[in-house]
Design a protein around this ligand. Structure first.
Ligand SMILES: Nc1nc2c(ncn2[C@@H]2O[C@H](COP(=O)(O)OP(=O)(O)O)[C@@H](O)[C@H]2O)c(=O)[nH]1
Ligand SMILES: [Mg+2]
Length: 221
């Protein structure tokens, strides 16, 4: 089974090279694609210099992910954010093998937030991580609307639940990302962007629950 890593990136020059290297060093990965959202900080040049294939696409994160999937014939995709810190090849391998060898429909890799917060993010909160391996059909079963911007992760979780796919989730030890506050150098702007992104994700969750209830009541269930 062929596996590709797809790395959506918008202005991630400080971190993208290390993410690419971790993916390239994972034995299961045969192709690394950076889905660049027309970055202006040299991200695509860095990616090409590291030996990644670059596809450029306007639009948000989900549109980038879709363009990345369209650019490969891999059976299994692992999505990795371009702003990760502490990502290792064995992290990538764990996600991919969970799908290729252990039969999971989707495998999620969560940030390492420390021993008190990890169980909360693993078991109690919606797992909206950007690090996830899945069979390409799960992704291509989404509609273009589901792929808009930051909606895509909640949509993938909903779709997997709808199809009854087994979903595994792991905390990837030592992995985190550059926060929006760090990227924007401005805590207020960074926080505002985070709230905007989370609102989209929460809305997608609620809309899914609502659609499900309407469907169930339509079936008399
Ligand atoms: N192609 C593309 N990637 C994007 C876009 N916006 C964000 N990303 C990438 O998607 C990943 C996750 O975005 P990020 O802003 O870090 O979200 P967060 O980690 O959930 O706070 C990062 O690698 C971003 O560079 C976009 O408009 N286009
Ligand atoms: Mg991030």
């Amino acid at each position: 089974m062929k596996a590709a890593a797809i790395i959506p990136a918008y202005n991630e020059a400080p971190t993208v090279a290390k993410v690419i290297r971790a993916a390239q060093a994972a034995p299961s990965i045969s192709e690394v694609i950076v889905a660049d959202g027309e970055s202006v900080d040299g991200t695509p040049d860095i990616a090409r210099a590291e030996g990644a294939r670059v596809v450029s696409v306007a639009g948000g994160k989900g549109e980038g992910m879709a363009a990345g999937v369209a650019a490969t014939d891999a059976d299994v995709i692992v999505f990795l954010d371009a702003d990760l810190t502490g990502l290792r090849p064995d992290h990538v391998e764990r996600l991919v093998r969970s799908v290729t060898e252990d039969g999971a429909g989707m495998a999620l890799g969560l940030f390492d937030r420390g021993r008190w917060l990890n169980p909360i993010f693993l078991h109690l909160l919606p797992r909206l991580t950007g690090e996830r391996a899945l069979r390409r059909e799960l992704f291509t079963s989404l509609s273009p609307k589901d792929c808009r911007g930051y909606r895509v992760e909640a949509a993938l979780n909903s779709r997997a639940a709808e199809l009854g796919e087994r979903v595994e989730a792991y905390v990837l030890d030592g992995m985190f990302h550059r926060t929006k506050e760090e990227k924007h150098g401005n805590p207020v702007l960074g926080f505002a962007k985070k709230v905007a992104m989370l609102s989209v994700a929460v809305w997608e969750y609620l809309a899914y629950q609502l659609r499900r209830r309407v469907r169930l009541s339509g079936r008399g269930g």
